[in-house]
Design a protein around this ligand. Structure first.
Ligand SMILES: N[C@@H](CCC(=O)N[C@@H](CS)C(=O)NCC(=O)O)C(=O)O
Length: 232
């Protein structure tokens, strides 16, 4: 029997698909992966076949749940919530641990999930683009003030997270246990090494390095990185 899920991933270290692989691994759900390249043309995130049938936004991740009439979901936050809520409502786990067992827990988890998706991800993503890809794409060095702006915002966001983790119950961002919010944040902290000295090393913060180490020690996390071929 083929795997119940198909996960569209990045043929590289893109952090957003890794979040979904972590949750699938954590829940012990089997999946096949289809790695797509950045750019345009066949086999890329902008392949018209992919944007027509899977993700009109031309990005990864996207997930197909073959056990639910081949439901297609794109946007990592929506996918994490879908898997966690399906787990809560249906057969996958029934503990509600990942998504929150009460409206209050869900609000706390979703505020940190939203913080990652609307803050850390986009700002760090733009910083990485200007540092790593702008010159090769446009043939000129990026404007320094653009780098400074994104750098400052990512540092500000990391400091917010660091201060929160310093006093958060259990050392996780919400509900005193690991949730989809932690699994969304981890790959972004890890991938930040790609911009080198543009961001402070995680070890210079009070809590970030310990947080990453704790999450990395989890079997589901290790399994996801291994499965997607991204160095842990
Ligand atoms: N908000 C989206 C962002 C997805 C995203 O930007 N994914 C990156 C890979 S990590 C991508 O597909 N980039 C391709 C591109 O920018 O063309 C999500 O959370 O799923």
């Amino acid at each position: 029997m083929s795997a119940p899920f198909t996960l569209y991933t990045h043929a590289g270290p893109g952090p957003n698909p890794i979040k979904v692989a972590i949750v699938l691994e954590y829940l012990g759900l089997s999946y096949t992966t289809i790695p797509l390249k950045f750019g345009e043309g066949k086999g890329t995130v902008k392949d018209p076949e992919y944007t027509a049938k899977i993700n009109p936004n031309g990005r990864v991740p996207a997930l197909i749940d073959h056990g639910n009439d081949d439901l297609v979901v794109f946007e990592s936050g929506a996918i994490l919530q879908y898997l966690a809520e399906k787990e809560w409502d249906m057969q996958y786990d029934q503990t509600g641990n990942l998504s929150g067992r009460t409206p209050s827990e869900r609000a706390q988890i979703n505020q940190w999930l939203s913080w990652q998706i609307s803050g850390l991800g986009p700002y760090q993503g733009q910083l990485a683009w200007f540092v790593l890809f702008h010159e090769q794409t446009h043939g000129e060095k990026p404007n320094g003030s653009v780098i400074t702006r994104y750098q400052a915002e990512v540092e500000r966001l990391r400091t917010v997270l660091d201060e929160h983790l310093g006093q958060a119950e259990g050392g996780y961002v919400a509900a005193g246990r690991v949730t989809i919010a932690d699994f969304a944040i981890l790959p972004w902290l890890k991938v930040s090494v790609l911009v080198g000295e543009k961001l402070r090393p995680l070890g210079e913060y009070r809590a970030l390095k310990g947080y990453v180490d704790r999450l990395e020690g989890m079997e589901g996390v290790r399994g996801a990185y291994e499965r997607l071929g991204v160095a842990l």
